[in-house]
Structure formats: C-alpha cells, structure tokens
Design a protein around this ligand. Structure first.
Ligand code: DQA
Length: 152
C-alpha cells in the first residue's frame, strides 16, 4: 500500500484562542474542532494531515522549510503574519510546495491593513470568509491539484 500524500496545515498567532476569541468574527469552534474536521476530510480525500499552530513566526518558517520535498501541500492560515511576514513568504517560495492560504474571516471586508497578504504571492489560491469550512475547501483544492499532477 502506498503512503497517502502529506498535507501540512499551519496556523499562526492567536489561532490557539479560537472558540473564545472574537466569536462574532471567528465563530465558536476551537482550533481542536478544526483539526478534527480536517482529519475527517483528509481520510475521505486519502490525504495524511499534519496540523500545527504557533504564535512564533520562526516556528512557521521552520515548518514550511521542513515541508520542502516531504509534504505534497501546505494549508496556511498565518493569522496576522499574513499581513507582515516577508520571512514566511520567502520560506513558501523556497519550499516550492503547492500552498492554499486560508482565513476564517473575509479579510477584504475588514481593516485596510488586512487587505494585503504576503502569503498570497506564494499561494495557488486563497479561501477566506467561510470560517472553518475554508480548511475543508483548501484540502479539496490540494487533493485535486495533487491528483492532477500525478496523472501527467
Ligand atoms: C485571520 C485574519 C487575520 O487578519 C487575523 O490577524 C487573524 C485571523 C483569519 O483567519 O480570518 O489572526 O487569519
């Protein structure tokens, strides 16, 4: 039996507070709930998920570097680092792993400083505004991309 492709799901600062953090914006689900959701869908899509969160930019950079040559895809919600981190952008460009950017909220309906994303420059696409379902949509997008690339 061949191993399922690995998808690295990376979550940035303050996402550990989901459930109690501004629920009007981010919903009532915790990050652990989102992990359960992702794991359930990964089984359906024959993917193997690694799910991580850190409040530290350097951890996210290291995990992106580790994905190079190992993971078939990255799903990243970089939180506020989305709007500030050239280091995360550079790591994603160097990793050369298909990446889908996710945000729970619709960042384009919020403060203007949230409209720009450094991550977007390295991502195949961005999903925002669908809450936790955005992670499911990202996994589906990556599953399709991976399947497409293995057929060529
Ligand atoms: C977020 C949006 C960011 O602007 C914010 O800093 C977050 C969460 C989202 O999932 O909607 O921490 O990435």
């Amino acid at each position: 039996m061949t191993a399922s492709p690995i998808i690295s799901i990376l979550n940035g600062p303050n996402l550990n507070l989901l459930g109690s953090r501004q629920p009007e914006l981010y919903g009532r689900e915790t990050l652990a709930d989102i992990e359960v959701l992702c794991r359930a869908h990964s089984v359906r899509l024959s993917l193997d998920v690694e799910f991580r969160q850190s409040n530290h930019e350097g951890d996210l950079v290291t995990w992106i570097q580790e994905a190079r040559g190992r993971a078939a895809g990255i799903v990243i919600n970089a939180g506020a680092y989305t709007h500030t981190s050239v280091a995360i952008l550079d790591a994603l460009l160097a990793a050369d792993v298909p990446t889908v950017e996710v945000h729970l909220s619709n960042i384009h309906q919020r403060d203007s400083f949230r409209h720009h994303s450094y991550v977007a420059k390295a991502a195949k696409g961005m999903i925002c505004g669908f809450g936790s379902h955005g992670y499911v949509l990202a996994l589906e997008a990556l599953a399709r991309l991976i399947k497409g690339s293995s057929q060529t």
